[in-house]
Design a protein around this ligand. Structure first.
Ligand code: NI
Length: 259
C-alpha cells in the first residue's frame, strides 16, 4: 500500500485518460493521492477531483512562480478553499531562485502570508524549494513549533535534510532519487529517519528512471518507493507501510483501504 503525497492529476495532461491513470494507481497499490494546486485555478481543480474520488485529497496554494499575483483577494480565496473537508494541506508554496519568475522579495511575501494562513487554519504546508534553502530554513525556523509540513521533492544534501528534520518537517522523495547520477539524493534516502519519509511523484513531471522524460503518473510512486527500499535495505512493503503511516500522521487523515 502506497500514497502518492504530491501529484497534479487535476491538470490537462490527464484530461484524456484520468480514469485509466487512477485505475493504474489502484492496481499498483497506490491507494491514495494528494493532488496539489499551485494557483487559484489548479487549487479549485484539485478540490473538484477530491470531491469526485474518495481516494483523492487536495492541497491549495500559490507557487512561488506566481507570487506576483498573490494579493489580499487571492489570500481570501485560499482561506475559504482551505475550509473544504478534503483540503488537508496548504501549498505548494515556497521560494524558487532557479527560475525567478517572480521577484524574490515578492516570493517571500507570498510565502509568509501563506504560512500565516496555515497557522490560522492549523494545516500542514507543502514546501517548494529550488536553490533557496538558505532563505526557506530561517523563515521556517522563526515559526518553529507553529508550522509543520513536508519538503516536497527534496533536492538538498544530508546537511539541509538535517536542518529540515530539526524543524520537524518531513522529507518528500520523488523521481530524481531513481536517477543514476543522483548520488547525494540517494545518500539522503539512506539517511532520512523512517518516521520522516514520504514518497511522491510530482506527476506529470519528474518521471522515475524507467519512464524518464515521459509523462509521470501516481502509479510510478511504486518504482520510487522500490528504489528507496533498495537503498535502505528494506522491503517495498516496509516503505509502503511506513510512508502511509507518516502521511496519516502529518496530514491527520486515515487513508487505509476500507477505513
Ligand atoms: Ni508539484
Amino acid at each position: 500500500m502506497l500514497v502518492d503525497s504530491h501529484a497534479h492529476i487535476q491538470l490537462d495532461a490527464f484530461a484524456a485518460d484520468r480514469e485509466e491513470v487512477l485505475e493504474n494507481a489502484q492496481e499498483d497499490g497506490v491507494h491514495s493521492i494528494l493532488t496539489i494546486g499551485f494557483d487559484v485555478e489548479t487549487s479549485r481543480g484539485a478540490i473538484k477531483l477530491a470531491e469526485q474520488y474518495e481516494q483523492i485529497f487536495a492541497a491549495v496554494g500559490m507557487h512561488p512562480h506566481d507570487a506576483k499575483v498573490f494579493n489580499d483577494e487571492t489570500s481570501k480565496i485560499f482561506l475559504s478553499l482551505a475550509d473544504h473537508p478534503k483540503v488537508i494541506a496548504l501549498g505548494e508554496m515556497g521560494l524558487d531562485y532557479y527560475r525567478d519568475r517572480s521577484p524574490r522579495s515578492i516570493q517571500k511575501i507570498a510565502f509568509e502570508q501563506q504560512l500565516d494562513l496555515a497557522e490560522d487554519k492549523n494545516l500542514p504546508v507543502v514546501i517548494h524549494n529550488r536553490e533557496a534553502y538558505h532563505d526557506i530554513i530561517p523563515i521556517l525556523q522563526a515559526r518553529r513549533g507553529r508550522i509543520r509540513g513536508v519538503m516536497h521533492c527534496f533536492s538538498g544534501v544530508v546537511e539541509t535534510m538535517r536542518q529540515s528534520l530539526d524543524l520537524e518537517f518531513y522529507i518528500g522523495l520523488g523521481g530524481p532519487v531513481t536517477y543514476r547520477k543522483s548520488h547525494e539524493l540517494q545518500e539522503v534516502a539512506r539517511e532520512v529517519p523512517a518516521d520522516r519519509l514520504l514518497v511522491e511523484t510530482d506527476c506529470p513531471w519528474l518521471a522515475p528512471q524507467f519512464r524518464r522524460g515521459k509523462r509521470n503518473e501516481p502509479a510510478y510512486v511504486r518504482a520510487i518507493a522500490a528504489r528507496i527500499a533498495e537503498l535502505r535495505g528494506v522491503t517495498l512493503e516496509d516503505i509502503g507501510a511506513t510512508t502511509t503511516r507518516n502521511f496519516e500522521t502529518l496530514f491527520g487523515r486515515s487513508v487505509q483501504a476500507g477505513t
